[in-house]
Design a protein around this ligand. Structure first.
Ligand code: HEM
Ligand SMILES: [Ca+2]
Ligand SMILES: [Ca+2]
Length: 303
């Protein structure tokens, strides 16, 4: 239903307009890349890829206000606002391109700019009008999830285990916060205070960055080897016990997903290809098309 040339007649330059705006923003701050990528994921998992996550909060009860979204970096939202302004600066395009499509295009740009694949982006999504805190409940994966929980949550959106493993490779970029990992370092289980699947040297490193009772706002790299490059280092890290979250490390620990991790670790091109396919599948989740929804004038509020 979505098509790569959806705006062929209404806004033929949409891709280059978004690209220049995202490039400019990326030059100002690297966080643009991980922030936009994560925003797209969270948007698609809640009510589908409809830009619901971008809607401002009039009453403190929007999607944005859910605890799982409070750590979304502001630069992701700002990237979409800037790209939308660039699109609307072209009189032919003004109010013709949905915020959901602008987010999908901006996400492709940040992936490509950091070294990931440049893949065709399907377009034609419409913007949703609803954003509620309760619609986020149980829709986003937790950092403590096991393989079955991850597979169930992704399968509900038509995404395979391979898609899930490839998409988890997004953790090759960006930051987390100490509160997400302290349980694995200090308080893992009655049997062992440290998660036994963690690499010992990595534990020491993490404990140094995240001492007990550290300020929970302290940020740490998710990929300790190449935090600013979109590459398959994430999977090589998993092979060495250097997955930051339980939900990362389980992909290698569980024998049902280990082969795919080993394959992506050994072949960056295969990972990039699988990531592109999985992003296309993610971009189709729950989309509004045709005359459903609307084309928002302002990405932060319904028309
Ligand atoms: C598989 C299950 C997943 C879990 C449990 C998970 C969980 C998390 C958590 C807890 C953080 C850190 C938040 C913080 O402390 O600030 C994070 C960051 C991030 N996640 Fe995921 N995530 C998952 C999948 C994904 C997917 C599918 C994508 C995108 C395709 C993604 C992209 C990112 C990015 C780019 C960051 C870094 C954000 C930044 O630097 O601002 N994650 N994720
Ligand atoms: Ca959404
Ligand atoms: Ca990396």
């Amino acid at each position: 239903q979505l098509k790569t040339d959806f705006y062929k007649n209404t806004c033929p330059n949409v891709e280059s307009l978004v690209r220049s705006a995202v490039r400019l923003k990326f030059q100002q701050t690297f966080v643009t890349a991980p922030a936009t990528l994560r925003l797209f994921f969270h948007d698609c998992f809640v009510r589908g890829c409809d830009a619901s996550m971008l809607l401002a909060s009039p009453n403190g009860k929007a999607e944005k206000d859910h605890p799982d979204n409070l750590s979304l970096a502001g630069d992701g939202f700002d990237t979409v606002v800037k790209a939308k302004a660039a699109v609307d600066s072209d009189s032919k395009c003004r109010n013709k391109v949905s915020c959901a499509d602008i987010l999908a295009l901006a996400t492709r740009e940040v992936v490509a700019m950091t070294g990931g694949p440049f893949y065709p982006v399907e377009l034609g999504r419409r913007d949703g009008k609803i954003s509620t805190l309760t619609s986020v409940q149980h829709q986003l994966p937790g950092e403590g999830f096991n393989l079955d929980q991850l597979n169930t949550m992704f399968a509900r959106r038509g995404l395979s285990q391979t898609d899930m493993i490839a998409l988890s490779g997004a953790h090759t970029l960006g930051f987390s916060h100490c509160n997400r990992v302290s349980k694995r370092l200090y308080n893992f289980s009655p049997k062992s205070s440290i998660d036994p699947t963690l690499n010992k040297a990595y534990v020491a490193q993490l404990k140094q960055m995240c001492p007990l009772r550290v300020d929970p706002r302290i940020a740490i790299n998710m990929d300790p080897t190449t935090p600013n490059t979109f590459d398959n280092a994430y999977y090589k890290n998993l092979q060495q016990g250097k997955g930051l979250f339980v939900s990362d490390q389980i992909l290698f620990t569980d024998s049902r997903s280990r082969n795919t991790v080993n394959f992506f670790a050994s072949n960056n091109d295969a990972f990039k290809q699988a990531f592109a396919t999985a992003m296309t599948n993610l971009g189709r989740v729950g989309v509004l098309t045709g005359n459903q929804g609307e084309i928002r004038f302002d990405c932060t509020r319904p028309n």
